[in-house]
Design a protein around this ligand. Structure first.
Ligand code: PLP
Length: 457
């Protein structure tokens, strides 16, 4: 049997609100060509993010009803703590309301001027929290990770040569932490190999630098290790996960990703002194250490989700459905990042709309075209998100112009994915008619969320 079926059946459904192409043209115009300003009920297939958008299981919903809302010593907290200890082997567990809250606490304590945090690639909120503390973040992704169209098995790996060089340059004493992001979100959901994690740990250990894992997609990464790395074919996912965390001194996690939860996160670590500092900060910003910024029912849903995500049938379906969509697009000649990552597909808008110059934001233009043609919502990851201006107000473009279509977990079926492929391919065939955009209003920071645009004449 070839067909990989969705490893669930559906008990509760949500309607998709259909609208017409003509209606979508008006909606997008009124939203100033920015999908963040479109109301969710005007979107047919929402691929804006995989964060907090998962479908929870009946087991998780049952857990929601069992949540213990006691302020201190909630039984839900102890279930949460025990689950994370069992999965990661990390003894000290601190709940937070999101991944970035865990980051804020960690980097307020470890950061500061003159400090450097080294990573394969820091996620944008991680980098923002590091920089806000006055410290600097340094991305050291391997060479393969820098070329979107060249396939390689572990494009999320850290460049260990560059790591050694960077430690020698900056001085180990100025590096409070090394952070490995699994999978590498900003790099396209590309996995990191166990061997790479082992090597990074050895280098860190030799220099007395602790290593943390940004663990948002730990299960997806573990499945890639099982598929692609020598020696793991017969290892169970929980054992791969356990080994992965065995090299870490701690982790930060957003439960909105690989825990199937709609909100939540945590910090976990070995160092008792650091944990105490984190808990003191937690009480000021999030809440008492047995709930963080969460309700008891959230702790319950996260604990159950963390166990469910390691199911191999689920992970096979998850990774396969992203690969299925990517392969469809490759076969039709659509420029897409290769190989498929764990949670999203990335269209290369610079090549897709080669007639639209980067000053006219080809990524954002493509996002608009996908919405008008098929009601699909994606996000630009290019010069609208990362572009800067020089002294003459001329755009300094981002290195890549991408459109990310992130796939929510357990939400869409194969026919939805087939529809998405069809829409993208049809838009590709009509690409010459797509016009570039110009900005009419923007905020000084993180402008992509609120920018207003209009088509160039
Ligand atoms: C989502 C994400 C975060 C931040 O988590 P939030 O829950 O959105 O605050 C940090 N790192 C990575 C790799 C992520 O994907």
């Amino acid at each position: 049997m070839q067909t990989i079926i969705e490893p669930f059946r559906i008990k509760s459904v949500e309607p998709i609100y259909f609208n017409t192409r003509e209606e979508r043209i008006t909606i997008l115009e009124k939203a100033f060509y920015n999908p963040f300003l479109v109301h969710a009920n005007a979107v047919l297939i929402d691929l804006l993010t995989d964060s907090g958008t998962s479908a929870m299981s009946s087991h998780q919903w049952a857990g929601i009803m069992q949540g213990d809302e006691s302020y201190a010593g909630s039984t839900s907290y102890f279930r949460f703590e025990e689950t994370i200890q069992r999965i990661t082997g990390l003894p000290l567990v601190i709940p937070t309301h999101q991944g970035r809250a865990a980051e804020k606490i960690l980097f307020s304590i470890l950061g500061g001027k003159g400090k450097y945090f080294l990573s394969n690639t820091l996620f944008d909120t991680t980098r923002a929290n590091i920089e806000y503390s006055g410290a600097e973040g340094v991305d050291l992704v391997c060479e393969e990770g820098k070329h979107p169209s060249i396939p390689a098995p572990f494009k999320g790996n850290m460049d260990t040569g560059a790591l050694k060089k960077c430690i020698a340059e900056k001085g180990a004493a100025n590096i409070p932490l090394c952070i490995i992001t699994v999978t590498n979100n900003s790099g396209g959901g590309q996995p990191v190999s166990m061997q790479n994690i082992r090597e990074v740990k050895a280098i860190c250990e030799a220099n007395n630098i602790p290593m943390f894992i940004d663990a948002c997609r730990f299960a997806e990464n573990a499945y890639f290790i099982k598929l692609r790395e020598e020696g793991y074919r017969h290892t169970a996912i929980p054992d791969i996960v356990k080994e992965l965390f065995s090299y870490a001194d701690g982790c930060t996690m957003s439960a909105k990703k690989d825990a199937f939860a709609n909100i939540g996160g945590f910090l976990a670590m070995h160092d008792e002194k650091l944990a105490q500092l984190c808990r003191n900060m937690l009480i000021m910003t999030e809440g008492f250490p047995t709930y963080g910024g969460l309700a008891g029912r959230d702790l319950e849903a996260i604990a159950i989700g963390l166990t469910e995500v390691m199911d191999e049938h689920y992970l096979q379906y998850r990774i396969r459905s992203i690969e299925y969509l990517t392969n469809h697009l490759i076969a039709a000649g659509v420029p897409v990042m290769q190989p498929a990552g764990g949670h999203a597909i990335y269209l290369d808008a610079k090549e897709f709309l080669s007639h639209v110059p980067v000053e006219q934001y080809p990524g954002q233009a493509l996002v608009g075209a996908l919405y008008i043609h098929g009601g699909i919502r994606g996000v630009e990851i290019g010069s609208l998100m990362f572009g800067k201006y020089d002294a003459d107000q001329k755009l300094i473009p981002a290195p890549l112009e991408l459109v990310r279509l992130a796939i929510p977990r357990r939400v869409y079926t194969q026919s939805h994915i087939d529809y998405v492929a069809e829409v993208i391919i049809e838009v590709y065939h009509q690409r010459d008619a797509i016009k570039g955009l110009t900005i009419i209003e923007e905020a000084p920071m993180l402008r992509h969320f609120t920018a207003k645009l209009k088509p160039v004449d």
